[in-house]
Design a protein around this ligand. Structure first.
Ligand code: ATP
Ligand code: MG
Length: 411
């Protein structure tokens, strides 16, 4: 079924507690005790706590969080490299957590490839044979595995390097080989545990771009682990943020950065409120008063007074922005005999487009002495930005940029 809403991966009530006790650690985890408390009391380590996630087909789902929060445990519980304590993992409607060893081996080969941060390339095998290794282990015939390995190497830009030996490759190229290894499995789902973390920033960005292009063309479902929010925001369709084994927020990158669920996420995201992320649409109010052009100027003045506004936006019958009126311009209009709003002199200078980024909002905000009207591409008024909102966005943004520059200068 092409419009099947069934998720590619469904994780329900998943727990992992590392312990050799009789289940006391797990019971305490289920009862909501803190990770530290449980470890102190029983020696058990909370790996995962009640994870519930649905990942759609073709989605690039990022899991991020600080070291030790449980990211690797989560991906490894998905393919059962780590056995979950409780809970279910479903892959395309089949329950992985109920599979026999044989079924599991099959699923890992056909459905669920994994790319690791640190993986060994066999030094005496060339690049092609390194990529083909898991296929060889999986019993794929030589001609087919070489063809699939070559295709995968082409996808990651190493088509010319198939005959090279690992020691001839840079770190970034080796990581591409790892990615190619995962791709050559031709599985619908790819699990990637910090695949780019060991790389320097420029190469890392290249590989992120390549991953995005790849996903566009091969439409895989990807679970991508990172501890870097910049990377998460760059590559993720959605991001799950973990702390102490639990998921504390799941959302689109924009959501997570602009509406952090709690102070933990806010702290995380502060560094990432980069200029490009904050657009007029992301900080506007969508509830606002507006006056129709066909209304009378007297009605307009009444609206302004009743609602204690300093200004009001005026729109035509289709909702298109005409301009902004204030009490004195309205009064002047009535005195000069104008009766309808659309004939009155309106300020029109300081409207912004919904896609306008914070950098470009600032000049308009500095000029305006009223909330900034935000227009859609068709000129329809879709929101307003109160100036104090803009000021707050500027402050947090400037703080973020300063922090980024500082860390770049010191790093
Ligand atoms: N085999 C194990 N035995 C005991 N504790 C474990 C084991 N594996 C992981 N843990 C603990 O589980 C928690 C989660 O570890 P995990 O490796 O999943 O974190 P992570 O988010 O991947 O961290 P990193 O970013 O450093 O890779 C940590 O507290 C870790 O110490
Ligand atoms: Mg890890």
């Amino acid at each position: 079924m092409s419009d099947d809403p069934e998720p590619a991966l469904l994780i329900r009530g998943l727990y992992k507690v590392f312990s050799d006790d009789d289940g006391e650690g797990l019971r305490l985890t289920e009862s909501g005790r803190s990770k530290d408390e449980i470890q102190e009391q029983t020696g058990a380590v909370v790996g995962l706590r009640n994870i519930n996630i649905e990942i759609g087909r073709g989605e690039l789902f990022v899991v991020m969080g600080l070291s030790g929060c449980g990211k690797s445990t989560l991906v490894r519980c998905i393919n059962r490299l780590i056995e979950p304590s409780v809970g279910e993992v479903w892959l395309n409607g089949r329950e992985i957590t109920a599979m026999s060893d044989d079924e599991l081996r099959d699923v890992r080969r056909r459905d669920l490839a994994m790319v690791f941060q640190h993986f060994g390339l066999m030094p005496h095998r060339n690049v092609l044979d390194n990529v083909a290794l898991p296929l060889e282990v999986g019993g794929i015939a030589k001609a087919e595995r070489r063809e699939r390995a070559a295709t995968a190497l082409g996808l990651v830009g190493l088509g010319e390097w198939t005959g090279s030996m690992p020691n001839q490759l840079s770190g970034g190229m080796k990581q591409r080989v790892g990615l190619a290894r995962g791709l050559a499995m031709e599985t619908p789902v790819l699990l990637m545990d910090e695949p780019f973390s060991a790389l320097d920033p420029v190469i890392r960005r290249d590989l992120q771009d390549e991953l995005l292009a790849l996903q566009e063309s091969v439409q895989k479902t990807i679970v991508f682990i990172t501890h870097d929010l910049n990377e998460a925001v760059r590559v993720g369709d959605r991001i799950a943020i973990m702390r102490d084994g639990a998921v504390v927020q799941v959302g689109a990158p924009n959501d997570v950065v602009l509406n952090p669920a709690d102070s933990f996420v806010r702290e995380f995201t502060q560094d990432v409120r980069l200029h490009g992320m904050v657009t007029a649409a992301s900080i506007m109010d969508t509830e606002f008063a507006s006056a129709r052009g066909s209304a009378s100027v007297t009605e307009l003045i009444e609206m302004i007074e009743e609602r204690h506004l300093s200004t009001i936006c005026c729109v035509d019958e289709d909702g298109k922005y005409l301009g902004t009126a204030d009490p004195s311009s309205a009064l002047r209009a009535t005195r000069s005999g104008v009766t309808r709003v659309e004939e009155a002199p309106l300020y029109i200078g300081d409207a912004v487009w919904e896609h306008t980024v914070l950098d470009d909002l600032v000049p308009a905000g500095l000029r305006a002495n009223h909330p900034l009207p935000v227009l859609g591409d068709d000129g329809v008024l879709i929101g307003v930005i109160p100036l104090e909102r803009l000021a707050r966005a500027m402050v947090s943004d400037e703080a973020a940029v300063a922090a980024t520059e500082e860390s770049e200068a010191s790093g």
